[in-house]
Design a protein around this ligand. Sequence first.
Ligand code: ASP
Length: 321
Amino acid sequence: MTTPILAIHGGAGTITRSDMSADKEAAYQQALNDILAAGQRILVDGGSALDAVTEAVRLLEECTLFNAGKGAVLTSAGTYELDASIMDGTTLAAGAVTCVKRLRNPILAARAVMEHSEHVLFTSEGAEAFAQAHGLEFVEPDYYYTEARYAQWQRARQKDGMAMFLDHDAASLMAKPAEPIDPDSKFGTVGAVACDAQGRLAAATSTGGVTNKKVGRVGDTPIVGAGCFANNVAAVSCTGTGEMFIRAVAAYDVAAQMQYAGKSLADAADDVVMRKLVAIEGRGGMIAVDAQGNVALPFNTEGMYRGFARGAEAPVVSIYR
Ligand code: ASP
């Protein structure tokens, strides 16, 4: 039996410590802690890594502090387009959805695709039709709306109508950022990775994408191997400039370096985040666990909302370096 472990992230980006409000920081820490505790309960009760990451990401989607589900960022057209993916390391089964606009929990749709479809990736209307056929909950687009993201989008458009911004970086667009990580310069994707008591691995990732992204733009989050990957060696979930994570095949590269080069989880994850991504100006981070219960949470930005819970021990939550 392995001691189970769960890790989660809520995006990476530029820290605005000087302007941060202590209340806001406490709110992020509390949310990360509560979500870790909920996922940890599943693992401690003998549940699967797959169920733990699904529930952790569903809860992150429900929390408006994070850029996924409710609280997602806006596209250049002022709309919402959400992406999510999930992977079972034991079977290499995977499911993903992109550009969904009316699903309350994109991660549940990704899981339905994984479990009930011969396909891996569905987009837009097709993804929604599939989700509807499997009884998933629909919402009106304004369900995702939060005042903070709307203001962030307005700032992004004023600053540079063409540019797109990582959610946490976009915080820097705020007149006075009151969040620990500048929302205008933050990558806001959420994710979870777990190893359960039987040594099974799973990963899940969900996002609203980058603020002011072009309609139809898809980042790394729903791309198996880029923003999300799990096999029997490692489970990885990423956040950051999606285009670079796709080009680096970031999540898969961690497992590959372990498998083919015999690297440790920490060394492999570090190589991808601190060297390979940096070389192509990729910004962000990742969370990763291996089948031995090791955890790595590297990021090349100033901060990343992150945490892990091992066995029944109290969750460990961090924002800064
Ligand atoms: N990686 C995500 C994307 O490119 C953004 C993020 O992590 O916030 O869509």
